[in-house]
Design a binder for this molecule. Structure first.
Ligand SMILES: CC(C)(COP(=O)(O)OP(=O)(O)OC[C@H]1O[C@@H](n2cnc3c(N)ncnc32)[C@H](O)[C@@H]1OP(=O)(O)O)[C@@H](O)C(=O)NCCC(=O)NCCS
Length: 171
């Protein structure tokens, strides 16, 4: 039987640093119900004015182009990764959020690495994402993962806020 297309398995088992195991599982309504409000309450989404309802809707439904995965740490929901593929000669990271109590365990880096591996499997040349200019921790995190600034998109999501479009070359 042919392997599922990139980003189209229902779940992926990954290993983060220090042997921390995580599982990505296609998100469902219960995941969105729990994660939406928690993500809306933290930066960058709080400052950008994203409501719980908006965050829930962004997580709840996958389709052929938008793949929403809940990041599970053991039996706990630790965050979410949403990828649009295909996008611009490679996938676009629509959303990456690790809940504060699960941050700094290597889950974010492992989930991002998974996106890049799937992109390579799809034959993509690039990965893309946007990070709010005020979100200095996430910006540094992406720089450390090999992403470079491609452009700044002013007022893209909220008036007065800049979003940095970043690109990683895969070849
Ligand atoms: C940014 C984010 C995705 C990183 O995920 P994570 O699981 O916490 O990160 P990891 O444990 O994989 O760490 C990756 C690196 O980021 C750095 N980092 C992560 N969180 C940090 C923090 N709060 N303060 C300082 N550095 C931090 C670490 O230095 C780490 O480097 P190392 O691997 O060399 O130790 C996560 O902190 C998060 O979801 N933040 C809130 C939402 C957000 O900003 N999302 C991105 C929107 S574009």
């Amino acid at each position: 039987m042919a392997a599922p297309a990139p980003f189209h398995q229902p779940s992926y088992r990954l290993e983060a640093r220090g042997g921390n195991a995580l599982t990505l599982r296609l998100s469902d309504a219960a995941d969105a119900e729990m994660l939406g409000p928690e993500l809306a309450a933290i930066e960058p989404w709080a400052r950008l004015g994203m409501s719980s309802m908006h965050m829930r809707a962004g997580i709840a439904t996958s389709d052929d182009n938008k793949r929403c995965f809940t990041i599970w740490h053991g039996e706990e929901r630790a965050g979410v990764i949403v990828v649009r593929h295909p996008w611009l000669a490679g996938p676009y990271l629509n959303l990456l959020g690790v809940l504060p109590r699960f941050q700094k365990l290597g889950l974010g880096r492992a989930a991002l690495g998974w996106m890049e591996e799937e992109a390579v499997r799809a034959g993509s040349r690039n990965c893309f994402l946007c990070v709010s200019a005020f979100n200095t921790i996430a910006h540094k995190f992406y720089l450390s993962c090999g992403y470079e600034k491609a452009a700044t998109l002013q007022d893209l999501i909220a008036d007065g806020e800049g979003e940095i479009l970043m690109r990683k070359r895969l070849r």
